[in-house]
Design a protein around this ligand. Sequence first.
Ligand code: PEP
Length: 254
Amino acid sequence: MRKQIAAANWKMNLSLLQAEELVKALLETDLLLNEKQLAIFGVPFPYILPVKQLLNGKKNVFVTAQNCSANKNGAYTGETSAEMLESIGLKYVIIGHSERREYHHENNAELAQKVNIAMDHHLQPIFCCGESLPIREAGTQNSYVEIQLKESLFHLSADQIRNFIIAYEPIWAIGTGKTASSEQAQEMHAFIRSVMAAQYGQEIADTISILYGGSVKGANAVEIFGQPDVDGGLVGGASLVATEFAAIINSLKK
Ligand code: PEP
């Protein structure tokens, strides 16, 4: 079975003390991860090392950055490179979150560069895609998401795409409390897998973990994650509450 993943996206929230308390509270709950299940914490840059330290030695639990620069190094004030993230021992990085696309104008071509530079530095991207409400209402979400995948990922080789991680996050469901129904999630996840299969073959497409993001919480995670093409979630708001995120982790497919 491909990897089942609960990924937290803390965004720009919490003080260091609150972050440490959240992680400690989570570690006090029973996190039941088998060898195919991962928990990944997407934390703000200043907390990567302290959180990593707290999680040290926990099997299948990782820390990730929420972004990296498309550039290698140099005069890019305020940016953080993939090389830096590799140098502190990270294995994952979130790329192309809809908030980066909207507020920082990241487009598919720039995201392709970020994917490349991350992979050059042995970071597995958690690549986000997903449509806005007007696109969903117009019924053109499939072609919109297909273009996001084509323009940012299709230059990769089959070897690079094996075990890749894609997060489908309908923008209309992020932070709104409005979750896509489990049928809507399954429909889009199956479509994404079919797009990847058409390009790379079914065997490779079946290794890709496709996470759902958009108002996932403890109460709806079992139903959403139970869909055949949903391999876990990328979770914002509910990842800031220890008991909620613990319930989400424990809802991953066994
Ligand atoms: C997200 O930011 O990736 C997200 C899915 O947020 P929320 O769970 O709060 O909708």
